[in-house]
Design a protein around this ligand. Sequence first.
Ligand code: HSE
Length: 371
Amino acid sequence: MKKYVGFIGWRGMVGSVLMQRMIEENNFHDMHPVFFSTSHVGSEVQIVPNTRTNILQDAYDFDHLKSMDIIVTCQGADYTNCVYYKLRNIGWSGYWIDAASLLRMHQDSIIVLDPLNIDMIHLSIQKGIKTFIGSNCTVSLMLMALGGLFAKKLISWITFSTYQSASGAGSKHIFELIQQMGCLYNSVANNFNNSSFSVLDMEKKLSEVTKSTIFPVKNFLFPLAGNILPWIDSEMENGQTKEEWKVQAETNKILCSSSVIPMDGTCVRVGTFRCHSQSFIIKLKQDLSYSNIVDIIKKHNMWVKIVPNDMHSTLNLLTPNAVTGTLNVLVGRIRKLNVGLKTISVFTVGDQLLWGAAEPLRRMLMILINL
Ligand code: HSE
């Protein structure tokens, strides 16, 4: 019998990408989807082309939610906090699949990234675990990129620097980045052909504009266009940001590590629109040859694409522009470093809305649908 699956937060950025992927893979055919809404209850929508329209259901109607076999939410942590515990308390024992971070580190939840932890997912289903959460976007993308090294237990420790796109902060942030770019352009456009306006004058003008009250910073709070922001999420007591803290915590939970693999670094917001990039310094446990390292990374999963370490390939392929909207996880700039044996660097780029968010949830849903 087909299962009833409730979707909440399907209109947001991660939710829209999830819907798009499910349509592409014809996944709706295998379930009875019910679309809930926190704001447009009763409206008629057509999610899947050429199928009947759907009336949006109330996302706070607990009786209705309780009748679902599976609930998939991309609505965010506030919704999860408001609904999840109450649903469980009134006896709902269905499967909860969530993009929000709230339940990730709970004892009774599994962080899902099936190319890495499919065995744990199957085992936990057998054990009766009912709560499956997607990991932080940089964590999923790192694990997809370096999965081979993790699977062979070759990693002693990792440090990282991330280059996270505006869309990671939310859809309003993309618009704001474009507005900021437009504002910068408009402030100097009349002077492009003015020979008495030097490039230093232009840079000074741009800098003044970013500091002026006309510059749109409502969402980012600071200029991102022409700038970088080396702080993502809230402050932890140890000086890390929450985004940085998640990397070691979530990775080791996903891998069910018997001893914690140390990971730390700096998370940075950059003025790209979509896709997160990351630079890693990795201390290996063995002194492997370069070709062995590349081979291990390449063979882990079908989405990893190795980019040769040359200028043309790197600038053509190892960029957010090259990877956006695809499931490919590009891995390049692989080098054995001069600073000491067993130390390598790797640069990776992936679409944080796909492998970094929607795709692991979609795949988890289909694992449950096919039980
Ligand atoms: N925490 C991530 C970010 C969201 O701020 O970029 C995942 O895209």
